[in-house]
Design a protein around this ligand. Structure first.
Ligand SMILES: NC(=O)c1ccc[n+]([C@@H]2O[C@H](COP(=O)([O-])OP(=O)(O)OC[C@H]3O[C@@H](n4cnc5c(N)ncnc54)[C@H](OP(=O)(O)O)[C@@H]3O)[C@@H](O)[C@H]2O)c1
Length: 257
């Protein structure tokens, strides 16, 4: 029996990781801000799969929230074997439309929390000679898309660098780069999704299944769908200026309404 800690576990991709890992028999530490929702989910997963699910209420946009999760990851009496840094959100509006507070909140959740939780988890895992970290980024990491894309680009680069530094230690790291997934993400950010073509949407449970398979294969970056693999292949070959124009138009069409 091993234990996985998932941030942003109550909805969308994080909830799908929780379902999958509980079904595989892992005990869970579920992290998010909404305590009632966390408790409901913990009870359901315990009843359905017979696993232990601990609730840890934490706002990862705050010092106290990040510290609380760091402490849990570093607790030698209750080792965490897999960390899924998944909590995240979008901001409505283009640069200068978004307040500086919201921009900084995004960097705190997407970058500072990911840095500190990865560090706390890896230090403990390296001591035990085994463990895994999945950092949820986005295909937005590969195109110019403001603070959101830049923060996800940081997640990818950071994860690849740490994976290299810890090679041979028994600790695996992987950045997961989904395309569009039907979750609460777009609604929470006030983003319209009516114009997004049906073929671009990924099924959340299939996404998580593919991510777990890629982690087992030892991949450090996972873009787990042939449609997005092909798109990202084109993106890598396209000139940056062209990409910037396309990304900006796509952002207007598919992004915040
Ligand atoms: N959906 C997509 O199309 C898509 C595509 C690519 C990448 N992603 C990435 O996937 C990750 C998960 O997104 P999702 O689509 O599953 O979104 P979601 O359905 O809105 O779920 C977000 C989760 O994060 C938690 N959360 C948000 N802010 C938090 C904070 N400050 N502290 C702690 N927990 C927080 C939320 O719970 P509480 O509100 O209770 O805290 C919720 O459990 C994000 O990093 C996102 O950038 C999503």
């Amino acid at each position: 029996m091993t234990t996985a800690l998932i941030t942003g576990a109550t909805a969308g991709i994080g909830a799908a990781f929780a379902r999958r890992l509980a079904a595989d028999g892992h005990d869970l530490v579920l992290v998010a801000r909404d305590t009632a929702r966390l408790r409901e989910q913990a009870t359901e997963l315990h009843d359905r799969h017979g696993i232990e699910a601990q609730v840890l209420t934490a706002d990862l946009a705050t010092e106290e929230g990040i510290s609380a999760v760091e402490r849990r990851l570093g607790d030698p009496k209750r080792p965490v074997d897999l960390l899924v840094n998944n909590a995240g959100f979008g901001n409505k509006g283009r640069f200068l439309d978004v307040s500086m507070d919201d921009e900084l909140r995004m960097l705190k959740v997407h970058c500072e929390a990911v840095l500190r939780l990865t560090s706390a988890a890896c230090a403990a895992m390296r001591g035990r000679g085994r463990g895994g970290v999945v950092n949820v980024a986005s295909v937005a990491a590969f195109v110019p898309r403001g603070t959101y894309g830049a923060s996800k680009s940081w997640v990818v680069q950071f994860t690849q660098g740490v994976a290299r530094d810890l090679a041979g230690s028994g600790v695996r790291l992987m950045a997961l780069c989904p395309g569009f997934v039907r979750t609460e993400f777009h609604e929470r950010a006030g983003m319209g999704t009516d114009n997004i073509p049906g073929w671009m949407w990924l099924d959340v449970d299939k996404l998580v299944a593919a991510a777990m398979a890629d982690l087992a294969r030892g991949r450090t970056v996972s873009t787990p769908d042939p449609r997005y693999k092909a798109l990202m292949g084109v993106v890598k070959l396209a000139p940056r200026a062209l990409l910037g124009g396309f990304s900006s138009r796509a952002g207007r069409k598919y992004g915040p309404s």
